[in-house]
Each structure stands twice: as C-alpha cells, then as structure tokens.
Design a protein around this ligand. Structure first.
Ligand code: 3HC
Length: 325
C-alpha cells in the first residue's frame, strides 16, 4: 500500500542481509534511520507509527469537546494539559515516521482518503463529564499497557518517542482515575454517571488492543521484528487483570457477567468484545467516524494557507540564497 512512498532497496531480498538484520534484532540492537532495513520492516513501521500518530491527534477530539464544560478551574487545566500532550505525542510520532522516508503531509493525506486508520476507540462519543474520567482511566490505561513495552521496540526513533509519551500517558491515566474517585464520593447521580461511563467504555477499551491473536494479521511478523513486543491477547488480559481491582476500589461494576477470577490460570476469565462491532467501526460505521473525519478534514483544509505560506517562504529564501552564491 505504501510502496510508492518508500525508497526502493535493490538489496532488499538479499538473504544474507536479511539474516544479518534479524540477528541484530535478536541481539536487542536498535535499528536507526540510516541503517539498512527490509522493505517490509519499513512499511510495517510506517503503518503502525502512522496509525499511532493519527490516533493521538484524533484522540484530542472527544476530550477537547469537554474543555469549556469542565466543572472547576483545576479540572479545566488538567484537561487542557492532557489534550495538549496528545497533540505533542502525535508530533513526536509523525517525526519518528518521517525518519522512514514518508512526510507528515503524505501520512495525513492517507488518513483523509481512508488508506490509513486511527484507533477504533475515538469513534465513540463522550456524553458526560464522567466520560473524561473513564477515558483517562481506561483509554489512556489501555494505551499505556500497549506502549510501555514499545519503549523497547527495535526501531530507535519509535522507542525513544515512546519513553516520553509513556510518562505523560501515566499522568493522564491517574487524572482520569482521580476524577472518578472524586465523583464516586459524590451524589447518587454522580455515581450513576460513573457506572454508565464504565458500561459504555469497557468493551471499546478492550478493542483497542486489536483483534484476537488468531485474527491478527501482522502480529507474528511484527513480533519477530520486535516492532510489537506482545500479542494483542496478552496485553488485553494484562489490562483486564490490572483494571478489575481498580474498578472494585472505585465501587464500580465491570459490565461483564462472565468476569471471574480463574485460580488455575492466575488471570481473570472475561467475555471477549463483540468483534463484529469492532470491524464495523474499522469500516467507518462507528457512532462518530464521520464526525471525526470531518473535523480532521476541516483542520487540514483550514491549515492549507499556513502550509502554502511556509512553502512560499522557503522557496523565496532558497532563491535568495542561490542568487547570492
Ligand atoms: N483500531 C483501529 N484499527 C485497528 C485496531 C484498533 N484498535 N486494532 C487493530 N487494528 C487494525 C490494524 O491496523 C490492522 O489493519 P491494517 O492492516 O489495515 O493496518 C488490522 O486491524 C489487523 O490488526 P493486527 O493485530 O494485525 O494489527 P497490528 O499488528 O498493527 O496491531 C495494534 C494493532 C495493537 C493497535 C498495534 O498497531 C499497535 O500496538 N500500535 C501502536 C499503538 C497505537 O497505535 N495505539 C493507539 C492507541 S490510542 C493512543 O495512543 C492515544 C492515547 O492518547 C490514548
């Protein structure tokens, strides 16, 4: 899909080069932008980092929606900071992707014309203030579960971007949990809002880890290349195991009748998400897909004059420099 953007490498199929590359990965070495890499490795990284970057940017929308309605100055400042952090994460990740030979403009255009995805979770609406707590606790919580191992991913620029991102995501997770703790100490209506938020976000959060391992197209190769460090199901299980006691501490009920601690496995048994809903959202039919894409398209169109002005300025500067030579 990205072949046209990616520099062709005459040696890409050279078995010796491939073996040497895999040996570097197996030894735990980092691959850096100027190192030789197989075409598939580069494409997979562009796909994953690009999708990740788009998720950070689109992820600002459901929460940005609540900044003007935050119930106190402190909560407003927290939420503002969180949304700004997400923009920053998007930019680190676009920069990491650019080291693979693809421009940020090209990545954005691929998002807008449907060739690239963003995380399914951001196609769900944020209906009440309690959703700000649930998003921080569950969505950022799931993101951290996935991203902490990615700090050890084999591609240097991606791994380094993840270090900073994870520090900020953990602040996001805590502020969401803190918000729910406060609301759960409040009125019955506030408690009901928290339970309703958990009911709506639980399964979409589980879907963030991707399809079950048997349906994951990329996991096997991505794990061999250490682009992914764990399978989708491993991370989903870890998330459930860590999150259920947190829900209990809040006094909330996880909306899953099949949820039960399994002593023999040392894990919770739980009901899988409705995968038909997941694929439906991926196909653009979630509750907010159209709204999210319209917002991104508008932002891109509204920013065209800035990109044009920067380009014209750059061209003028280059022409002046050339004339002076
Ligand atoms: N949403 C949208 N698409 C998803 C998805 C999800 N939750 N999970 C999987 N998919 C897509 C994959 O992109 C792939 O489609 P493609 O071939 O067209 O690209 C297809 O479903 C099959 O899934 P695979 O398991 O084979 O795909 P991956 O190996 O790429 O695994 C992943 C999916 C676990 C999400 C992996 O890409 C990953 O770890 N990505 C990095 C983390 C990331 O992108 N996180 C976004 C979370 S949101 C966020 O961080 C914002 C923060 O502020 C909360």
């Amino acid at each position: 899909m990205y072949a046209q953007m990616i520099k062709s490498e005459a040696t890409q199929d050279d078995p010796e080069k491939l073996a040497a590359f895999q040996a570097r990965i197996d030894r735990g070495e980092k691959i850096e932008p100027k190192d030789w890499m197989p075409e598939g490795y580069r494409k997979t990284l562009i796909r994953q980092i690009g999708q990740h970057a788009h998720s950070e940017i689109v992820g600002q929308l459901p929460e940005g929606n609540w900044i003007t309605r935050a119930p106190s100055l402190e909560r407003k400042v927290n939420l503002l900071a969180k949304v700004q952090d997400e923009a920053g994460h998007g930019l680190y990740l676009y920069c990491a992707a650019e080291t693979l030979g693809v421009s940020r403009d090209a990545l954005t255009e691929m998002l807008l014309d449907g060739r690239m995805k963003y995380s399914s979770i951001f196609n769900y609406p944020t209906l009440t203030w309690a959703d700000m707590g649930a998003v921080g606790w569950l969505v950022d919580g799931a993101a951290i579960m996935n991203q902490v191992p990615l700090q050890r991913t084999s591609y240097g620029p991606y791994a380094r971007a993840m270090v900073r991102i994870c520090k900020e995501e953990s602040f996001h997770q805590r502020q969401g949990y803190h918000l729910l703790l406060k609301m759960m100490a409040g009125t019955d209506d506030q408690k009901r809002m928290c339970q309703d938020a958990l009911n709506r976000f639980w399964y979409p959060a589980l879907m963030m880890f991707g399809p079950s391992d048997k349906d994951s197209v990329h996991s096997a190769q991505s794990m061999a290349w250490k682009i992914k460090m764990n399978t989708n199901d491993e991370l989903r299980q870890k998330f459930v195991d860590e999150t259920v006691p947190q829900a209990e501490y809040l006094g909330l009920t996880v909306p899953d009748d099949g949820l039960v601690w399994n002593d023999a496995r040392g894990h919770y048994d739980f009901t899988q998400p409705d995968w038909s809903e997941f694929y439906n959202v991926l196909q653009g039919n979630g509750p907010c897909n159209a709204e999210r894409m319209a917002a991104r398209r508008k932002a891109w169109d509204d920013g065209a004059w800035v990109r044009d002005a920067m380009l014209a300025h750059g061209q003028k500067k280059a022409a002046r420099r050339k004339a002076a030579e």
